[in-house]
Design a protein around this ligand. Structure first.
Ligand code: HEC
Length: 128
């Protein structure tokens, strides 16, 4: 009985530490992410609501459906993309924009460095 209880406790501990470590691995630094954004995204994207440049405003982009910013002429490829922008889908998109969503009109080679992606995604999460 005691052995079983200890086993259950150990299992609970193991899974909770696993959850925290994988969460922290995916978590970026918003301050560093802001620098990445200013260096690589801001030419084409505004961080404020209602301002579209070459690309649509990225205000409140996390958990948003693709291609729904008003008054922005999206490509058919982006309109056909039905996956909401979560940290996971953004990570795949930003790694290789034109490979991830074929026909997308974002002429950007992507962010090859996973830390840059995690940081910029952390920054995007602050835009709400
Ligand atoms: C050269 C200009 C350019 C750069 C640089 C650029 N983008 Fe884009 N981005 C676009 C365009 C244009 C679109 C619209 C794509 C379409 O309709 O096919 C877009 C679309 C997006 C979308 C989808 C938005 C939506 O409303 O569905 C996200 C998210 C995004 N970009 C993030 C980023 C991030 C983050 C960076 C910097 C790491 C970045 N982009 C760099 C031009 C750019």
């Amino acid at each position: 009985m005691t052995g079983r209880l200890i086993f259950v406790l150990m299992l609970a501990l193991a899974t909770s530490s696993l959850a925290t470590s994988s969460a922290s691995a995916a978590e970026g630094d918003p301050a560093r992410g802001k620098a990445v954004f200013q260096r690589t995204c801001e030419n084409c994207h505004a961080a404020v609501i209602g301002v579209n440049k070459v690309g649509p405003s990225l205000w409140n982009v996390i958990d948003r459906k693709p291609a729904i910013v008003p008054d922005f002429a999206y490509s058919d490829a982006m309109k056909a993309n039905k996956q909401a922008w979560t940290p996971t889908t953004l990570d795949a998109y930003l790694a290789d924009p034109r490979g991830d969503v074929h026909g997308v009109k974002m002429f950007f080679k992507g962010l090859p460095n996973p830390a840059d992606r995690a940081n910029v995604i952390a920054y995007l999460q602050t835009l709400r």
